[in-house]
Design a protein around this ligand. Structure first.
Ligand code: FES
Length: 145
């Protein structure tokens, strides 16, 4: 009796897997810093004290935290301007896995989608950017939600 090659194991799939592993290894393994100085209001808004989060003093700095509902979120310093901050959900827009930071990208461990730190799509299968969260910015605090 002839033995069949499993249909889900293809040369292309194998090469894609090897490429993904190599790509992840080439990226800087830098993790975002957990935010400190956070207060969650009764309305669910998160207030983050800037002086407690020095990672946000430099462009490209990232802090992560959880929303009042427990969703993973991040604030990214996108520019040196006073309003150069962005807040996003760290939930992949493909099927909802939590994305992780690898250098200057968010990478989904589920199927390999990649996003810029600002949440724009780079590589599918996700077709939609990471969801941004409205944020009020003052000289001392960021209020998210
Ligand atoms: S859940 Fe993120 S790429 Fe599929």
């Amino acid at each position: 009796m002839e033995k069949k090659v499993p249909t889900d194991f293809t040369r292309r799939g194998f090469l894609c897997g090897i490429t993904s592993v190599a790509l992840l290894g080439a990226l800087t393994m830098e993790n975002a810093v957990a935010a400190t100085g956070i207060k969650i209001g009764k309305d669910g808004r998160v207030t983050l004290a800037l002086k407690s989060n020095p990672a946000l003093t430099k462009v490209g700095g990232v802090v992560t935290f959880a929303s009042a509902d427990g969703y993973p979120m991040a604030v990214v310093r996108t520019s040196a301007k006073k309003d150069g901050y962005l807040s996003i959900f760290l939930v992949c827009t493909h099927r909802g896995a939590t994305v992780e930071q690898f250098g200057n990208k968010w990478v989904c461990p589920q199927h390999g989608a990649q996003y810029t730190l600002a949440g724009k799509n780079l590589i599918g299968p996700a077709q939609v950017p990471l969801q941004q969260i409205p944020m009020k910015i003052s000289a001392t605090t960021l209020t998210i939600g």
